[in-house]
Design a binder for this molecule. Structure first.
Ligand code: NAG
Ligand code: NAG
Length: 345
């Protein structure tokens, strides 16, 4: 792969010492296969529809539903031309965390302008690494029961799990699957599957040694200290590129068909952009299944979609107010409506 990319760079006259060693995963092309899940249909109201009470949204209500579904997915794969495969992604969101409770309590403006950058108000703590609230734990228990109740109908359980490095997602994964079937497969944590990179204190992750001890079921191929938490907030463009990058990495290396990803609202939103799926607001502890056609991207010329910013590319940290009338906080870069501005972040 490395040699191939270098040849491409050299051939196109773009060989540049800076690009050495920055190979990303081969870029893939995704599209949604319509008709299997109600959520891919624009007629489904994501604010009202509760997929956990409706077989995760599977359109076929018959008792044979999941057996037929498996047969269909199998047939798609058997008949797929070379270089094309079909996967089913289960996009899971973490249960309610203390940061979600705080955002509701303070209101979105005060949250984005001040409180998100703090870790506590004295009585409640949401940072660093916001944990699940009591309500979050019971939402996850409900999701777990939804899986258990589909097992008699043959629901295909995930053959692999990929998870964010933030505790609220890790707890959600472990608590959802413990009563169903966690072992095997062993979940793998990905540094990049985390929520919008930001100065939000609740989105700063714990040390890897802490996570390994707290979640012994999960594999953590990550650095000890959080390399991505920063004083600037990622833009939507930046997040879309980052999630496309990690999605390509996962699907280039994981050849399973039924793949679960447990993460965050922002990660799921960017995943849906990458897949070409309609926008869909997944509730806390919700699950959104998507049937995806995966193929090599013929337009790809070896360019890398995302990389971690070097220290000199990040605007310097200053103490200032991010919204009129609010106390100053430590920030870097520019903001519009609480999101960073591309390409600063
Ligand atoms: C702190 O925030 C929590 C919500 O996160 C709220 O329930 C509590 O009342 C707040 N405490 C004070 C002293 O305002
Ligand atoms: C994700 O998208 C939904 C709408 O589809 C929106 O309500 C939600 O705020 C978005 N979440 C983030 C973190 O951008």
């Amino acid at each position: 792969m490395i040699i191939w990319s270098l040849l491409l760079f050299a051939a196109s006259g773009l060989a540049n010492i800076v690009l050495l060693g920055q190979n990303g995963p081969p870029r893939l092309k995704y599209s949604v296969v319509q008709g299997y899940f109600k959520q891919s249909n624009l007629a489904t109201n994501d604010r009202k529809y509760d997929a956990l009470r409706d077989s995760f949204g599977l359109a076929d209500p018959s008792p044979h539903r999941w057996y037929r579904f498996r047969q269909n997915i199998h047939a798609l794969n058997v008949n797929a031309p070379e270089g094309v495969r079909y996967v089913v992604l289960y996009l899971a969101r973490h249960g309610q965390g203390y940061h979600n409770v705080a955002e509701k309590f303070f209101g979105q403006e005060a949250w984005e302008c001040y409180w998100a950058m703090q870790g506590t108000n004295g009585t409640s703590t949401w940072g660093p690494d916001a944990k699940l609230s009591p309500q979050g734990h019971s939402e996850v228990a409900r999701t777990s029961k939804a899986w258990i109740s589909e097992v008699p109908y043959g629901v295909p359980l995930p053959e692999s799990h990929h998870v964010s490095p933030l505790s609220r997602s890790l707890s959600t994964l472990v608590e959802t699957w413990k009563p169903v079937a966690l072992n095997p497969p062993r979940p793998v944590c990905h540094e990049l599957l985390r929520e919008t990179l930001s100065l939000h204190y609740g989105d700063k992750r714990s040390k890897a040694s802490y996570l390994r001890e707290a979640y012994p079921q999960v594999e953590f191929p990550i650095e000890e200290d959080d390399p991505l938490w920063n004083f600037h907030r990622e833009s939507e463009t930046g997040r879309n590129n980052r999630i496309k990058y990690v999605l390509d990495e996962i699907l280039n290396n994981d050849l399973n068909t039924y793949i679960a990803m447990t993460s965050h609202s922002g990660v799921i939103n960017s995943t849906l952009v990458a897949l070409g799926h309609r926008p869909y607001a997944v509730q806390t502890a919700g699950v959104l299944p998507v049937v995806v056609k995966v193929e090599r991207d013929p337009e790809w010329r070896g360019e890398v979609l995302w990389r971690k910013k070097e220290p000199w590319e990040v605007p310097r940290v200053e103490e200032r107010s991010v919204c009129p009338g609010y106390e100053p906080v430590q920030v870097s870069g520019r903001y519009v409506n609480g999101m960073g501005v591309w390409p600063y972040s």
